[in-house]
Design a protein around this ligand. Structure first.
Ligand code: PGA
Length: 259
């Protein structure tokens, strides 16, 4: 299945640093048999770099897309351990997660670095999935819009808001990631409205081209409720993407709440 029109919902698997050849093989086989003919949902699998070739071999021509979880801000050169956008393209990657909080905190990734990576991805035709979100302390202090606004401004100030065309932003409250405690639909709705409002400063076509996902403890039980919220265009799924049955449940939720 290939989407001729922009899909209404996206469900993106973030495998993080999980998996091995045998496990991936079984999981991807299952994804392909269960999720290849969804009508309005684009499924994307973001795998660790070494498994891009495996994802490409398994998913090519199925309608399920694949991508990576980071890329280098430089095009090429003496950057030991880095992986360039062109290398991702060599393995058919159409998406890349950028600015995930696990990278921002553990690898001291700055907003400026993330902004540069965002542009490099776009230049190579890879859709960036930009993660933004606040910590629990920031939420309790009521400064979540300030935090997320700053993360978006790091890109807008350098390159203009137009660069968000044909990209994906994932609102990921850090307190909800891997904790089993998802944001409530109301909490998510308020932040999605804020993000949408900020990216709306361009023009009407822009409104349709940027997708805003929710990420943080999405599971088959809460997915439908979250995906039904206006301005939530799908989810970025960590833990539950490693379990075929749970991931299918989430994808079916996205599929069943299409207008
Ligand atoms: P989680 O991860 O679904 O395990 O909470 C989400 C994410 O980190 O993108």
């Amino acid at each position: 299945m290939t989407h001729t029109n922009t899909p209404r919902k996206y469900v993106i698997a973030n495998w993080k640093m999980h998996g091995d050849l045998a496990h991936n093989q079984a999981l991807l086989d299952r994804y392909v048999s269960q999720l290849s003919d969804l009508k309005g949902t684009q499924v994307v699998v973001c795998v660790p770099y070494p498994y891009l070739a495996q994802a490409q071999a398994k998913l090519q021509g199925t309608g399920i897309a694949w991508g990576a979880q980071n890329l280098a801000k430089n095009e090429d050169g003496p950057f030991t351990g880095e992986v360039s956008a062109q290398m991702l393209c060599d393995f058919g990657s159409q998406y890349v997660i950028l600015g995930h909080s696990e990278r921002a905190t553990a690898y001291c990734e700055s907003d400026e670095n993330i902004a540069q990576k965002f542009m490099v991805a776009k230049k190579h035709g890879i859709t960036p999935i930009l993660c933004v979100g606040e910590t629990l302390i920031e939420r309790e202090a009521g400064v979540m819009e300030l935090k997320v606004g700053k993360q978006l401004d790091a890109i807008i100030d350098l390159y203009g808001v137009e660069v968000f065309q044909n990209t994906i932003v994932s609102y990921e409250p850090i307190w909800a990631i891997g904790t089993g405690l998802a944001a409530t639909p109301d909490q998510a709705k308020a932040m999605h409205l804020f993000i949408k409002g900020k990216l709306m400063q361009v023009n009407a076509t822009h409104e349709n081209s940027v997708k805003i996902l929710y990420g943080g403890s999405v599971n088959p039980q809460n997915a439908l409720q979250l995906f039904m919220v206006e301005h939530i265009d799908g989810g970025l799924v960590g833990k539950c993407s490693l379990n075929a049955q749970e991931f299918e449940g989430i994808c079916q939720a996205a599929e069943s709440c299409q207008e």
